[in-house]
Design a protein around this ligand. Structure first.
Ligand code: IPD
Ligand code: CA
Ligand code: CA
Length: 262
């Protein structure tokens, strides 16, 4: 299927921002040795990538509204369309020279997520999906993994960093999950976690205390790859609660049972 005009717009913005991130990623290695470290530099890289995406999308679709991690809300004339953007998901990885990070872009229409993109420029993996049109990675159709029981499942999650809160809650979830699954992984990028679960690399993914921009693009990928996505309460308020539990239908259900077990 040829890419739609909408997906062309999203892809062009992500690739342009991706080139900027990669230039900065290559610099980061040099900065590791300095006493100050690369933190300030990375925050500039982040903002620069967001600016590129914002300008590209604004030019291509004037009037659409925005929710961005760095610049926050930018209201457009068109209240029915909203872009949700994380210009650099996996900041800690980026800062440490670990090539697992991504740009995440989603489009919401009338409050419904209709298109999603996750682009990891270091691995040159572009994941795209539009509602009703399937999910793809570099033009290859994606499908979630078919494993049906947790015994065989490798699941991924996120670990709250220092100062974030929720460490006890996370340890309790992990304690319940680790005894039921084949393995638990942590990539450091929620957007990659969703994209890689959509691609069948992970059987399931759960995390809490996320932000809408961590999740929005990847949710569309998961759904269009045949996956099931819900929040920690089994409802559809992922962006509101900042929580996600996903996989194929059975894995998602089993994970939800485990996480909500006393
Ligand atoms: C973070 C990543 C990470 C998740 C954190 C997020 P950032 O986003 O998605 O995987 O565990 O909760 O804040 O800060 O790198 O954009
Ligand atoms: Ca970010
Ligand atoms: Ca993020």
């Amino acid at each position: 299927m040829p890419p739609s005009p909408l997906m062309n717009v999203m892809t062009k913005a992500a690739r342009k921002a991706g080139r900027s991130l990669i230039r900065d990623f290559n610099e980061v290695e040099q900065l590791q040795v300095s006493v100050k470290g690369p933190a300030d530099f990375v925050s500039k890289a982040d903002k620069q990538a967001e600016k590129i995406i914002f300008e590209e999308l604004k030019h291509a679709r004037p009037g659409y509204s925005f929710l961005m991690e760095e610049a926050g809300i930018v209201e457009g004339k068109d209240k029915t369309h909203r872009w949700i953007i994380d210009p650099l998901d996996g900041t800690t990885n980026f800062l440490h020279g670990i090539p697992i990070f991504a740009i995440s872009i989603a489009l919401e229409r009338d409050g419904e997520l209709v298109a999603g993109l996750v682009f990891n420029p270091a691995m040159d993996e572009l994941f795209v999906a539009e509602k009703g049109k399937g999910a793809f990675m570099n033009d290859r159709r994606l499908r979630v993994a078919g494993r049906q029981v947790l015994d065989d499942a490798v699941v991924v999650t996120g670990i709250p960093h220092r100062g974030k809160g929720g460490q006890g809650e996370f340890l309790s979830q992990l304690g319940k999950m680790m005894i039921d699954v084949a393995g638990v992984r942590r990539t450091g990028s929620a957007a990659c976690d969703l994209a890689w679960t959509a691609a069948g690399r992970f059987d399931g993914y759960w995390e809490t205390r996320l932000q809408p921009w961590d999740l929005a693009g990847g949710i569309v990928l998961m759904r269009e790859a045949g996956g099931f996505v819900c929040d920690i309460n089994g409802k559809q308020d992922m962006l509101g609660t900042g929580s996600v539990v996903c996989g194929n239908e059975n894995i998602q259900e089993h994970m939800l049972d485990v996480l909500n077990r006393d």
